[in-house]
Ligand binder design. Structure first.
Ligand code: HEM
Length: 210
């Protein structure tokens, strides 16, 4: 269930990233996309499903961690062989917590308009928040956490589903790592570009946000 919910959440992440990348096409394209999404009658249903997936994924993974720790209170002294730990696997609880904090802040500011800055121009709203370097840097850190979490999550899900093939399993694992890296790069490009690069260009050429 943890792996299945995680994979469905990856589907949301990929779709959310593709939509967000429209910011590079300018305010017109991004706002038109956001408006079309908002007027989709299936949106409330998708949002309920999304919340259910997040809650399921979090509750069941915390439960599995507690059960695992109770079963082996001392932990392994040495990790060997195929199950060797990676930076992703060692930090799952930490990156999971970071992602949870990020989602609360992210949805509060971008969707529920904490701070009361949101008007009909969602693109301008996002740029307004990214103008704060601390907020933009927090996004880069958080999506780094998302990438690290996925780097282990994808491998772990393949194992959970019992995929074991001498040729295809390594390919699937590489594809999982590639997906995690693309998700990190794609999401990080937004706060980096709109929070730091574009602002610098505007400052030094005398231009403004387009
Ligand atoms: C870093 C770049 C990101 C940008 C620019 C961005 C942008 C946005 C915007 C503008 C909204 C509000 C949409 C609206 O008001 O209709 C939103 C909602 C949301 N975002 Fe992001 N997002 C980013 C990354 C992420 C990541 C990494 C996650 C998950 C880990 C995420 C999860 C969500 C969720 C759950 C919602 C609420 C969806 C809904 O209820 O409709 N976002 N995002």
């Amino acid at each position: 269930m943890v792996a299945a919910a995680g994979l469905l959440l990856c589907g949301f992440l990929a779709a959310h990233l593709l939509g967000n990348l429209l910011m590079f096409a300018g305010g017109g394209a991004f706002n038109a996309y956001a408006e079309a999404l908002e007027h989709n009658p299936l949106l409330p249903l998708a949002e309920i499903g999304l919340v259910a997936l997040f809650v399921l994924h979090i509750i069941l993974s915390v439960r599995a961690t507690v059960i695992n720790r109770a079963a082996r209170p001392e932990g392994y002294r040495v990790y060997r062989g195929k199950g060797a730990r990676t930076p992703g696997s060692r930090t799952m609880a930490l990156t999971g917590t970071l992602i949870l904090v990020f989602i609360v802040v992210h949805v509060a500011t971008f969707k529920f308009d904490l701070g009361g800055l949101k008007g009909p121009d969602l693109y301008g709203h996002v740029l307004g928040w990214f103008a704060n370097p601390w907020y933009a840097a927090f996004y880069v850190l958080a999506v780094g956490g998302v990438g690290l979490h996925l780097s282990h999550g994808a491998q772990s899900a393949i194992q959970t589903f019992g995929v074991s093939h001498p040729r295809y399993t390594p390919l699937l694992k590489t594809a999982g790592l590639g997906f995690a890296f693309l998700i990190f790069l794609g999401f990080a490009s937004l706060p980096v570009y709109f929070g730091f690069v574009q602002k610098r260009q505007a400052c030094c050429t005398g231009g403004a946000h387009s």
